[in-house]
Each structure stands twice: as C-alpha cells, then as structure tokens.
Design a binder for this molecule. Structure first.
Ligand SMILES: [Zn+2]
Length: 79
C-alpha cells in the first residue's frame, strides 16, 4: 500500500520488493526493459530497473544511450 504522505510529498524509495526477472515473451514495464529485472518500491509502487551483476538499482538517467539502443534492438529482434 502506498502511503498518502509518500504519494503527496514524494517517496524516498527505501524498501524494495525482491528483484523480479521477466522472462522472454512477458510484457516488460519500462523499468524492466532496461535490464530485464526490476524491483518495486514498497512505499509507492514505482518500479526500478535492477542489475543483478552490480546488485543494485539502475537509475535510468545513468544508462548510456548506447546501452539503451542495444537493449531496444534486442527487444525488437527477439519478439
Ligand atoms: Zn517509493
């Protein structure tokens, strides 16, 4: 449940669900499209891309455009 205060005043995203890995063929949320794995904030429900290798959340702003393009190309090729 997202708390009303967090929705109104912003969420600090402190608590996350266990990382969820999407399988090929499943519809990916925008967050999951970055790495194929995502975690959801238990406070507000927002989804974040998660990097298993780095064991951390991937900020979309930190993704290099080249990496995004490569991911997009894979998505199109693997449909
Ligand atoms: Zn949050």
């Amino acid at each position: 449940m997202a708390s009303l205060l967090e929705v109104l005043f912003g969420c600090s995203h402190k608590n996350f669900s266990f990382p969820i890995t999407k399988r090929p063929g499943q519809r990916l949320s925008p967050a999951a499209q970055l790495t194929g794995t995502y975690v959801a904030c238990l406070g507000c429900g927002k989804e974040f891309a998660y990097d298993w290798h780095e064991m951390k959340i991937v900020e979309a702003n930190n993704i290099k455009p080249n990496a995004l393009a490569a991911n997009a190309a894979e998505s199109f090729a693997g449909k």
